[in-house]
Design a protein around this ligand. Structure first.
Ligand code: NAI
Length: 346
């Protein structure tokens, strides 16, 4: 029954882990190791029940296979989720127990931080396993906070979208509406300001949006308005910002390009954007800068210039996807999914 469940996609393995001493309940889904060890962060989240945790692990691990394959990384896709419960606080002992589970998989799964986990948490997990990345770094080494690299990937990916859709090769006067000014959105806003873009900015932390707007010369807008403001580009960089039938019908832009994960609420929403003539940069392709940096750290391969070169390739990769979508009449997300599945042999 589970093998036929909607979110099962011939995952190679799904591991369920319990540790009575610490209360750890975790699921690690290994979607594909065809291109290398299954890499993907670990999420700490309050799930309604076990089934919801399993569903999240299955979906997210498939997404990681696609993302890593499209980023040209020698890694497969996997994901860990730890059930956040009052009875099981995130103690060092619990994180170490999770590290033991990861170690027990012998390198088939490589973990890192995701929602609810910090780089400090990774150092605790690293006491028990070396199959962990996203550890704090110093002195210009690769690795550490992936946000700035993700922002750089979104910047060059957005440039590909602007070239394809608007026939422009720079950002001078291009109007970008940014939703979310955190680690990624904030760094992206700064890059776009330097490049001469016109910025409209929103964050649920309104003071933060006003601060960025004052510093970078943009306009701050209420969160409820940002996905409706007339602009050239809408850039979702917040959490839980789904593009569904209602938000898509309210968009007044030519392009959607941002870092937020799982931007399309359903697979139909990619086609909905295309039907409205809006060019969508598939989220897992444009937001791969961070994982490129994290994998370089894990493999101990490459330096900062090498990571920069790999992140720069996101621009050409998206240009290929846009061109193929134009040729085939398919939506950009469908083109990206097909390319990713070819790469992982599915
Ligand atoms: P963050 O937590 O640093 O920033 C998120 C920002 O969005 C915060 O300033 C928050 O106040 C704001 N926000 C939350 N809900 C909002 C809403 N409804 N409207 C407007 N603003 C809202 O997160 P980070 O790291 O910048 O990530 C942003 C998105 O990009 C997330 O969806 C994340 O999953 C995705 N992503 C991040 C990567 C990274 O390297 N940090 C890598 C790939 C994807």
């Amino acid at each position: 029954m589970i093998f036929d469940a909607g979110d099962c996609d011939a995952h190679e393995a799904v591991h369920f882990a319990h540790d009575a001493a610490t209360g750890l309940s975790a699921v690690i889904a290994v979607h594909s190791t065809r291109l290398g060890p299954a890499a993907g962060g670990c999420r700490w989240w309050a799930y309604a029940d076990d089934r919801a945790a399993l569903t999240d692990a299955l979906r997210l691990s498939r997404g990681m296979s696609y993302k890593n394959a499209m980023a040209g990384l020698p890694m497969g896709g996997g994901k860990g989720v730890i059930m956040k419960r009052a009875a099981a606080p995130k103690t060092d002992a619990l994180l170490e127990a999770f590290g033991d589970v990861v170690e027990g998989l012998g390198g088939r799964y490589v973990t890192a931080e995701d929602v609810g986990m910090s780089d400090h948490d990774m150092t605790v997990i690293a006491r028990r396993t070396r199959h962990v990345a996203g550890l704090p770094v110093s002195g210009g080494a690769v690795g550490g906070n992936p946000g700035p690299w993700t922002a750089q990937g979104v910047f060059v990916g957005m440039r590909a979208a602007v070239a394809h859709k608007l026939g422009r090769h720079d950002f001078k006067g291009v109007h970008v509406a940014i939703q979310g000014l955190g680690s990624v959105g904030g760094a992206l806003a700064e890059k776009l300001a330097v490049a001469g873009a016109k910025l409209t900015l929103a964050d649920i932390d309104e003071a933060r949006a006003r601060g960025f707007a004052a510093r970078l010369g943009g306009r701050a807008l209420a969160v409820a308005e940002i996905a409706r403001v007339p602009a050239d580009v809408f850039s979702p960089n917040a959490l839980g910002a789904g593009l569904d039938a209602a938000t898509i019908s309210g968009l007044d832009v030519a392009i959607v390009a941002g870092a937020a994960n799982n931007q399309l609420a359903t697979p139909d929403d990619g086609a909905r954007l295309a039907a409205r003539g809006i060019l969508y940069a598939p989220d897992y392709v444009i937001n791969a800068g961070g994982i490129i940096n994290v994998v370089a750290e894990y493999l101990g391969r490459g330096d900062v210039p090498a990571v920069a070169r790999a992140v720069a390739l996101i621009e050409a990769r998206l240009a290929d996807i846009f061109a193929e979508a134009h040729r085939s009449g398919l939506s950009t997300d469908a083109v990206a999914d097909a390319m990713a599945r070819r790469l992982i042999g599915r």
